[in-house]
Design a binder for this molecule. Structure first.
Ligand SMILES: NC(=O)c1ccc[n+]([C@@H]2O[C@H](COP(=O)([O-])OP(=O)(O)OC[C@H]3O[C@@H](n4cnc5c(N)ncnc54)[C@H](OP(=O)(O)O)[C@@H]3O)[C@@H](O)[C@H]2O)c1
Length: 329
């Protein structure tokens, strides 16, 4: 089988395509022939060595795949050989490869969604869409009519957070982006207003008549995270879902939280899927169902052959993407 390998930290330039022995079906797991793998900012951070203690090198990156069931491990029920599926390889990685061993709980049969969903769209969406669904529904427990602000609003995760908030009943949905060009590109995502991130505090307060928003969803971190506290209404919640900025963590005291009447929450799909695999799989099926029914839209900016994975990561690193990139295996 073919696989991308990263031997040492150093960023996207260190990705190499190599041959590896074919996978054998493992008990309790499914083996799939991978058709597409989703590419996200996480892989940029991974290639730099940011998560080296959790994911030592050499490694094969890739958190999300789609393809066809090739083999069914002992004890696995409910799947058949040749079935089209999408899956999250959150703990095992290894998605940038022609074969993957995946956990049945975190695998969605694409022929049971009630509407057609193609393999590229499924691979592009499963991790970010499931994250967006759980963040809004289970972490923030957003109420109908709440106003929300999404950072990196046209990015992979951000573009789903904005749409999912609307789909689940938000009132006004605002977003921040890095440039005026991105504002123009975001029309299909349904935001009420997008702000360039340099003056998002003033713009959010203006748009909410100085009241602030009920929730900020933040995949970016750094200075934007600190400033986000200024745009929350009383009892509003900041939900931390990433650190694409790579900036130092922002420290806040519990007493400041107490006195501020603001709420802080965090969510990471990897950890949650480990403790709650059944709930995570159920959320993935519901979220992909919305996508199949076209209630949510995904922007695939580029499809790259596996051997060009480094190019896709470099584009993400330059912040030059709207929506998602996928690898065709
Ligand atoms: N919690 C979870 O389970 C979960 C799941 C999926 C992803 N994530 C995390 O969410 C974050 C975003 O991932 P993604 O794949 O969706 O990436 P992405 O949004 O496609 O790309 C990152 C975006 O962040 C914005 N950004 C703002 N300041 C930045 C800076 N200093 N450096 C780089 N980017 C900056 C840029 O958009 P603008 O220029 O428009 O601001 C950039 O396009 C990552 O940290 C990822 O690990 C978390």
């Amino acid at each position: 089988m073919k696989a991308i390998i990263i031997d040492r930290p150093g960023g996207p330039a260190n990705l190499q395509l190599r041959e590896k022995p074919d996978l054998q079906p493992a008990p309790g797991m499914l083996t799939i022939d991978v058709a597409y793998a989703g590419v996200g900012y996480f892989e940029v951070l991974l290639s730099r060595g940011d998560f080296i203690s959790a994911f030592p090198m050499p490694l094969t990156p890739g958190l999300e795949v789609s393809g066809y069931v090739r083999a069914i491990g002992e004890g696995v029920k409910g799947f058949y050989i040749g079935q089209p599926v999408a899956s999250m390889t959150l703990h095992d990685l290894n998605g940038f490869a022609s074969m993957a061993n995946v956990r049945p709980d975190l695998t969605v049969p694409l022929d049971q969604l009630g509407a057609d969903l193609d393999l590229a769209t499924a691979a592009a969406s499963i991790v970010n869409l499931t994250t967006a669904y759980l963040t809004i529904k289970e972490v923030n427990r957003m109420r109908t009519g709440d106003s929300v602000l999404v950072h990196a609003a046209v990015g992979g995760l951000g573009s789903f957070l904005g749409q999912m908030a609307k789909r689940l009943g938000a009132g006004k949905v605002f977003g921040t982006v890095g440039s005026v060009e991105k504002v123009k590109l975001a029309e299909s995502l349904g935001y009420d207003e997008l702000f360039v991130r340099t003056d998002f505090v003033e713009q959010t307060l203006r748009a909410t008549e100085q009241k602030g928003v009920h929730a900020v969803f933040d995949p970016v971190g750094g200075s934007m995270r600190k400033q986000s506290l200024e745009v929350l209404c009383p009892l509003g919640q900041l939900v931390v879902v990433g650190n694409a900025s790579g900036e130092q963590d922002v420290i806040n005291s519990y007493n400041q939280i107490w006195f501020s009447n603001k709420q802080f929450a965090g969510f990471t799909l990897g950890g949650y899927s480990d403790s709650n695999p059944v709930e995570t799989g159920k959320a993935a099926r519901e979220a992909l169902g919305m996508l199949a029914r076209k209630e949510i839209h995904v922007e695939i900016q580029g499809v790259y052959p596996l051997e060009n994975a480094a190019e896709a990561l470099a584009l993400l690193e330059e912040k030059n993407t709207v929506g998602k990139l996928v690898l065709k295996i």
